[in-house]
Design a protein around this ligand. Structure first.
Ligand code: AOF
Ligand code: ZN
Length: 357
């Protein structure tokens, strides 16, 4: 938001919707976080948010919170996302708004979900309701960046992550087989937070072989994502953590291999189209977001294909003198997080989607 600009009434209430929506942060996914505010005579008379996937939508909670229901007929409902028009786990919010006789609806951003995608707005307008769309649109899209990217780009939201040395190396000379530690305990926590936010984590073969990672969430609270490892010729030994059958894992390979109890072998052709194909497969399996944790080759392939939305890069003070060159990203640094022992640079890809989505 432009800080010098005076905030309009509409922006003020949509801002409040965003604030309310965030309270559904843990419960709402894979549904979007949504907030709604009802205003009568310049006063807020009702508020609500989508608390939990499968439960009431924001508009329903806001409408139910209004004590004097007759006031609805002269009110405006503000909602951060287009009201739905379909029967999903709950009935359409657009129908409820029409039934309650609310004459004005102000919307943050459209819902790209195929069953809605403008039909909510149309339904309301066809019923004679005065509808305004696109108030704080970027902020509302950013709030649900994973959901919006998943439905509008038909692929998961892609976050890249790596730590690099002061001299620009990502990988380490492993003298005596020991990896040099680039991350601090605090930044490890941050990485685990990112893992918990993602539906899947992806690593390349070399990273899997060198680090024998578990790719689970240990230093933060949250769910373990699906683990995905690219292993073209099945080089990863069966006793490695990733193949230990303790967490669901996909092995992306060009070889035939039978699935085990929770390890799935996905045969994909290793052509230039490998990443788009993998992303389509993840999309089909309802993976809304992924975290790419390395190594440099895999990260650089995502960057070269412009298949990324966000990158966070830990720039450490450690010098390695040699190793694998860190990936190169040609984008503006949006923020530098100084809360950790080393700065974390944060990039957004503006080519793929608009700022911040
Ligand atoms: C709204 N308000 O608060 C949310 C909406 O299965 P259901 O019935 O919960 O529907 C899920 C879809 O509804 C979801 O994919 C998204 O398109 C929309 N979410 N819509 O009007 C809300 N959370
Ligand atoms: Zn709804």
């Amino acid at each position: 938001m432009n800080k010098n600009k005076t905030i309009t009434e509409e922006e003020k209430y949509i801002s409040r919707c965003i604030q309310l929506a965030r309270q559904g942060m843990t419960g709402a996914p894979p549904n979007p976080m949504v907030g709604a505010v009802i205003v009568y005579n310049g006063k807020i008379i009702g508020e609500g948010f989508h608390r939990k996937c499968g439960e009431a939508h924001a508009e329903v909670n806001a409408i139910n919170s209004v004590r004097n229901q007759s006031q609805l007929k002269k009110s405006t409902i503000y909602v951060s996302l287009e009201p739905c028009s379909h029967y999903g786990k709950t009935p359409p919010c657009a129908d409820l708004i029409i039934e309650k006789g609310i004459p004005n609806v102000v919307i943050g951003c459209k819902d790209p979900f195929a069953k809605v995608a403008g039909r909510g707005i149309k339904k309301l307008r066809d019923a004679g309701i005065n509808v305004t769309v696109g108030i704080l649109e970027q902020e509302c899209c950013k709030l649900n960046k994973r959901f919006i990217t998943f439905h509008s780009c038909k692929r998961p939201y892609i976050v890249l992550k790596w730590a690099e040395s002061v001299d620009g190396f990502i990988d380490v000379k492993r003298s005596g087989g020991k990896p040099a530690i680039l991350s601090s305990p605090l930044t490890s926590m941050l990485v685990h937070k990112r893992r918990a936010e993602a539906d899947a984590i992806i690593v390349g073969t070399k990273t899997a072989l060198l680090d024998n990672p578990t790719l689970n969430v240990r230093h933060w609270y949250g769910n373990n994502p699906l683990r995905v490892v690219i292993d073209r010729t099945l080089k990863i030994p069966d006793h490695f953590h990733l193949l230990q059958n303790d967490l669901p894992t996909w092995v992306i390979t060009e070889k035939e291999h039978a699935d085990s109890s929770i390890t799935t072998y996905k045969k994909i052709d290793f052509t230039d189209e490998l990443l788009p194909q993998l992303l389509t497969e993840l999309h089909k399996n309802n993976i809304q977001s992924i975290l790419v944790e390395g190594g440099a080759t895999l990260l650089q392939s995502f960057i070269n294909k412009k298949l990324w939305d966000e990158a966070f890069v830990e720039k450490t003070t450690i010098s390695l003198n040699e190793g694998v060159k860190a990936p190169h990203i040609d984008a503006i640094v949006y923020s530098v997080d100084e809360h950790f022992s080393t700065p974390i640079w944060h990039y957004f890809n503006e080519n793929e989607t608009s700022e911040g989505i």
